[in-house]
Structures are given as C-alpha cells and as structure tokens.
Design a protein around this ligand. Sequence first.
Ligand SMILES: Nc1ncnc2c1ncn2[C@@H]1O[C@H](COP(=O)(O)OP(=O)(O)OP(=O)(O)O)[C@@H](O)[C@H]1O
Length: 269
Amino acid sequence: MIEIHNVQKAFNGNPVLRGINCTFETGKCNLLLGGSGTGKSVLLQCIVGLIKPDLGSITFDGTVFTNNKVDIRQEIRRKIGMLFQGSALFDSMTVYENTEFPLKMLTPEMSKEERRDRVEFCLKRVGLENAGNKMPSEISGGMKKRVGIARAIAPNCTYLFCDEPNSGLDPATSIKIDELIHEITHEYGITTVVITHDMNSVVEIGDHIIFLHKGEKLWDGNKDQILNAKVPELREFIFSSSLVRAAKRVDEESEGGLEALANEPLSEV
Ligand SMILES: Nc1ncnc2c1ncn2[C@@H]1O[C@H](COP(=O)(O)OP(=O)(O)OP(=O)(O)O)[C@@H](O)[C@H]1O
C-alpha cells in the first residue's frame, strides 16, 4: 500500500498539487484519473522520488519515503517497476536485452543462467516468448508496451507504475495491454498505479480510481461507483468521453450500454 499524505507542490509559485491525500491499495490497479495538466505526472514523479514535494509525506507499506535516509529510499526504489509512456526501450538492444537490463543493474548477484530464466519467464508472461531476438524497431507499439511491462516486472517489483500505458495504441490493443496489467497486478499481488485519462481503462481495470482536478483529489472509488459519482467535475470528465457518449446512445437505442461495449469480443493483439 502506498499512502500519500497532504502532498503539495508548486512551480514558480504556481500550485500544481494542493494537498493530496490518497491511498494506492495493494493487489489492485489504482488509476490516477484526470484531464490534462491536473498534476497526475507530477504526483507520480513525487511518489517515485524524481521530484521532491514542498510538503507532505509518501509512505510505502509503512516505510516513509519522503525525506528518509538515502539507503532506505534506494531500497524502496529497487522495488519500483516503471512502464513509461513511450515504452522507452533501448533501440540498440534486443527485446531480450531490454528485459535483462534492470536485472543487470539492480541484482548483480544473479548469475547469467538465473537472469536468463527470469527474462524468459517474463517474456513468456507477456506473450513474447518468441520475440527475444527482435529489435524494438521490428515490433509493434503494443509489443513494445509488452516488453516495457516485462522489463518493469523482471526484478520482481512490489510497486508498478504505468504512465499512460495506452498512449499511441489503437483501442483493441489498449484493452489487451490494460488486461495484461490487471492480470499481472492480481497474480503477483503488487500495488499498481496507472496514470490515465482513458474511460476505457476505467471500465476495464479500475479497481480503485483517484480523480484529480486542478491539483486536488476530488473523488475516489471503483469502476462500479464512478458512473454514479456526484462530483460535477468528474461527471463532466466522464461524460465528455466518447466511449460514454457512445454507450449512452446504445442505451437509448437498445439495451446494454457500457457493459455491452465492454463485453464485445476482441481479437488478439
Ligand atoms: N518541472 C516543471 N516545471 C514547471 N511546471 C511544471 C513542471 N512539471 C509540470 N509542470 C506543470 O504542472 C502542471 C501539471 O502537469 P502534469 O504533467 O502533472 O499534468 P498531467 O495531469 O500529467 O497532464 P497530462 O495528462 O497532459 O500529461 C502543468 O501545468 C505543468 O505545466
């Protein structure tokens, strides 16, 4: 569990995070939801230690991260896996080498054989067991995200952060990537935080959703509660989504709505 207590951050006197209090629950996909410029990325950067909050504290499973000793902060960082927006693979390395990279950095005590077993396990888990020799330029955007996930979980992460995992993907591929993140989270009981402004993701994997607006947390709940939320800013956000507008139309014309759309079968990515 990650606990955020009264986190505040301003840039040049402009407040971006205005005292955020929230919890990212263990074994769940926690979605950080909000429109552009609401502070999602800044909060994520505060959590992983790339930005220092002006005020407040961040605690990982009871251990305070903010302002703690360097070795304690490093120990927590070693447990964090990151899936970056653009996948951020090393272009000059194969899929296998990209996945192996954090193991070489973070667990130098592992033998080459142990590393190989772990890389093969992770690539299989994300459905890329036959792609190890490929270069990033030879694989699709969806496959790159899969490599990014394999690389993030390779060192047995306890916390997984995904920065807009659907960016640049078509809707069907996005859903497959969401499903993979959701499955991995539940399978390994990790604490996953997904930055998104995608209502598809909310419907698919929103075990716990935190809605940010202008640097404030205005609502939290789960995917079954969100459509009935009373917060006007959240309702405006939800009902500006083309998915929800389409579902409303389906509801008006037939039965099913959102659920019908979510249950549509998808082909494999
Ligand atoms: N290093 C920085 N220096 C100054 N301002 C910054 C910095 N980083 C972010 N900001 C500002 O903080 C605000 C929130 O930015 P942030 O990137 O967290 O938004 P976001 O919710 O992640 O948006 P998006 O969904 O578009 O990525 C923006 O106004 C942005 O310009």
